[in-house]
Design a protein around this ligand. Sequence first.
Ligand code: GRF
Length: 198
Amino acid sequence: MKLGILLSGRGSNFEAIARNVLAGKLNAEIGFVFSNKPNAPGLALARQLGFRAESLEMTGLDRAAYDAKVAEMLLNHGVELVCLAGYMRILSGSFVSKFPSRILNIHPSLLPAFPGLDAQYQALAHGVKVTGCTVHFVDDGLDSGPILLQSPVKVFDHDTVETLSDRILKEEHRIYSEAIAWVSRGNYQIVGRRVIRT
Ligand code: GRF
């Protein structure tokens, strides 16, 4: 399955996926890496690793026009599954409808708890004892699509946002590739909000 990765920042989830692909541990191909930020470290890393990687500035484009261009780039590169890896933009409904049940996102909490920004801070501030990460399909809401995989992470009394985020990130790196492998094998069904293995 040909993957398209969308990122805005450091790209550690992209790197984990890429390392698994390059090591032959994940049966998928990275067809294209895109960033809305030309200076994203993840984009530089993608080029270093030899992947096709491009960016596009927002200037002068409204959301729909911008997303249409991004979708066109992904389709031109034959992308079959779009993986959001720290992509800090909400996708327009028309983008989502071009890739029906073909967009994944990773979020650093056990959804539906703590959607949106600063999920690790939200978890600490709320005082939960367990948080974690979630890979889900993307719909046109915020972190709201059907859930594929989750992994719990304990919150310790001495945790800071940084220490907690580090432990969650390790789990993110593990479950994102697992979820991609699952989708590429195709042995699942989406029933309402539930993703069921077949
Ligand atoms: C991760 O915590 C991910 O869950 C969230 O954004 C962060 C991206 O980190 N959506 P990285 O750029 O993959 O290192």
